[in-house]
Design a protein around this ligand. Sequence first.
Ligand SMILES: Cc1cc2nc3c(=O)[nH]c(=O)nc-3n(C[C@H](O)[C@H](O)[C@H](O)COP(=O)(O)O)c2cc1C
Length: 100
Amino acid sequence: MSNALAPWRSPLSHALHRNRSQPFSRYLQLATITPDGYPANRTVVFRGFTPQGNALKIITDSRSEKFQQLHHSPWGEICWYFSQTREQFRLFGSNEALPT
Ligand SMILES: Cc1cc2nc3c(=O)[nH]c(=O)nc-3n(C[C@H](O)[C@H](O)[C@H](O)COP(=O)(O)O)c2cc1C
């Protein structure tokens, strides 16, 4: 496994830093797929990067629909707009549930 940072990681860190005066810069949208194949989207809070650096930490309740959906299909997409620097990030990836 490579220790290299993903290409989006440094630009995203910069955006977080440059938009740090706006607390809502840590809100992003997370889209998942329902068992019926429909999209499901909602706002969540960014809680930092994982120690390896190439994944985002998001906290939720294991009883939530998003958790159940990610269990069924681990694929999701985030969309994150930084209003101060007017940048949008869209990242597609899969869930890796971490123990609490
Ligand atoms: C500003 C904001 C931040 C939120 N942050 C989180 C979060 O970090 N984790 C979370 O589970 N839900 C968060 N929510 C609530 C979700 O948007 C969503 O309504 C809830 O988790 C239920 O989603 P689900 O039924 O698709 O699982 C947040 C809502 C708002 C408006």
